[in-house]
Design a protein around this ligand. Structure first.
Ligand SMILES: NC(=O)c1ccc[n+]([C@@H]2O[C@H](COP(=O)([O-])OP(=O)(O)OC[C@H]3O[C@@H](n4cnc5c(N)ncnc54)[C@H](O)[C@@H]3O)[C@@H](O)[C@H]2O)c1
Length: 250
């Protein structure tokens, strides 16, 4: 068991990537705080883990609101005594162009996708430091954080921000024995904001298949476990090699 007696908070954990991360970390012995805005989804994931012999509880939280984050971090620490691991997975996309998106929509995407990894890390790290926990934080970015797109103007900006946020947090938390890293997925399971997985979803990568949530979960497990203890501030691409291909020359 790589994560025996460790407590992991996973945000946006009610389905797809977050769900699989919860289940894999639980299978390695971690206690899981399944954090989602949607209570039914989070509770279902927690119940599945408990049914499989693990320990988990659902926590309702809108990661776009700092008050919710503060309460959630306190509730998890009260419930499990500490939190060693934080996976900032929750995000929403806008799928809008710069002329279509309203300022309100832009602010909401930034709040959920970029400000929430900052605030969740800040409040969770404070508790880790107080409790002298050896911590690990993983931020979920996206290949959309490295390239411009003809839509999703707020999402691409937010995910680019997550990359550099990860580096600053890694530097500022290293003295406190907390490692911060990022994973960079491309087309894993269903698209962000959607339930349905289309296995024929077109992908251009070197693996020749779309990514599955378990592909990302394995990378997260590596980055939160001691197997990666010398890895700090890294961006681990989990994209089937898609960013290795020169655009137009695949
Ligand atoms: N799916 C992909 O192909 C893909 C590709 C690149 C990056 N990513 C990234 O991976 C992560 C997970 O993506 P996914 O496809 O599993 O997402 P998803 O949309 O399938 O699931 C997101 C979960 O987050 C929850 N959520 C939404 N807003 C929330 C909020 N304000 N507070 C708390 N919970 C909230 C939703 O209820 C849902 O359960 C995201 O950071 C996403 O940007 C995904």
């Amino acid at each position: 068991m790589k994560l025996a007696n460790r407590v992991a908070i996973v945000t946006g954990a009610g389905r797809n990537i977050g769900e699989e991360v919860c289940k894999l970390l639980a299978s390695e012995g971690a206690y899981i705080a399944v954090v989602d805005l949607d209570k039914a989804r989070g509770d279902k994931v927690a119940a599945d883990i408990v049914k499989a012999g693990g320990k988990a509880k659902g926590f309702v939280c809108d990661v776009g609101k700092e008050d919710d984050i503060i309460k959630c971090v306190a509730d998890v620490n009260n419930e499990f005594g500490k939190a060693d691991i934080l996976v900032n997975n929750a995000a929403i996309s806008d799928n809008k162009t710069m002329f279509d998106i309203t300022t309100e929509e832009w602010n909401r995407v930034l709040a959920v996708t970029l400000t929430s990894p900052f605030l969740f890390s800040k409040h969770a790290a404070k508790a880790m430091i107080d409790k002298k926990v050896k911590g690990a934080i993983v931020n979920v970015s996206s290949t959309s954080g490295y390239y411009g797109r003809d839509r999703a103007v707020a999402y691409t900006a937010a995910k680019g921000g997550v990359v550099n946020l990860t580096k600053s947090l890694a530097i500022q938390l290293a003295p406190h024995n907390i490692r911060v890293n990022a994973v960079v997925p491309n087309k894993i399971g269903s698209p962000v904001g959607k339930d349905e997985f289309d296995p024929t979803r077109p992908v251009v990568n070197l693996a020749g298949r779309p990514g599955l949530p378990i592909d990302l979960a394995k990378a997260v497990l590596f980055l939160v476990s001691d197997d990666s203890e010398f890895i700090v501030g890294a961006q681990l691409f989990v994209d089937g090699g898609c960013t290795t291909l020169m655009p137009g020359n695949s």
